[in-house]
Design a protein around this ligand. Structure first.
Ligand SMILES: [Zn+2]
Length: 212
């Protein structure tokens, strides 16, 4: 069997839906944005342990996971683990399912570097009111207070810190973390990075559950 070229693997995965594939082997039920069913990797009688998440970073993405036996992976891993296929055979199986030639691929393909760029994803826009509101609570922020109380040599220097905090649009999240906003030219947020600090100005890198 010839080696499967990367662009064919991408083409096959682009056409693949993990929910459709796993549904060929497991009865899945929609649960919100995910799907659940009985886990095929252990003796499962409880629909709900096995979760399929259709969303993924890329097409052909999406994951499955069992919260009892910890089976997990993407669509190719599912075929490899459940059907004991090799990686190339899993791609061939998907190619057959989605009517894509894998081993006799047409030669007149467009090389990846000349393929049209996919439409960019719509940009996330965080209303400036939310950004401004988070900045209003900066007085009570631990990291910003640490900055304010550094041994500045003049009061002008100390005052400058307020301007810097404002210019960087630092916000204060309700759980005590600082928000480093990314702001676009219209004043709306594009994203924000949340970081927790100790009162000595060091990052608190312990893990916390995300509370939104
Ligand atoms: Zn399981």
């Amino acid at each position: 069997m010839p080696k499967i070229e990367r662009w064919i693997i991408d083409k096959v995965l682009d056409a693949t839906s993990i929910v459709e594939v796993i549904s060929d082997f497991v009865e899945l039920r929609k649960a919100g944005v995910n799907y659940t069913g009985c886990c095929p990797f252990h003796d499962d009688h409880h629909d709900g342990n096995f979760i399929v998440r259709p969303e993924g970073v890329k097409s052909g993405g999406g994951t499955y996971r069992c919260f009892v036996c910890d089976a997990k992976g993407g669509v190719v891993q599912f075929l490899m683990n459940h059907e004991h296929m090799t990686f190339p055979d899993a791609i061939r199986w998907l190619g057959k399912k989605y009517s894509i030639e894998v081993d006799n691929a047409p030669v007149d393909y467009i090389p990846p570097q000349t393929r049209p760029k996919p439409e960019p994803l719509p940009m996330l826009s965080i209303p400036r009111e939310i950004v401004r509101k988070s900045m209003r609570y900066i007085q009570r922020d631990r990291f910003c207070n640490w900055l304010r109380h550094l041994p500045w040599s003049t009061s002008a220097e100390r005052e400058r810190i307020e301007k810097v905090l404002w210019m960087y649009c630092l916000g204060h999240w309700k759980d005590g973390r600082v928000i480093f906003w990314q702001i676009d030219e219209t004043g709306n947020g594009r994203s924000g990075k949340l970081m927790r600090y100790l009162s000595d100005g060091h990052r608190d890198t312990r893990r916390f559950d995300l509370e939104l």
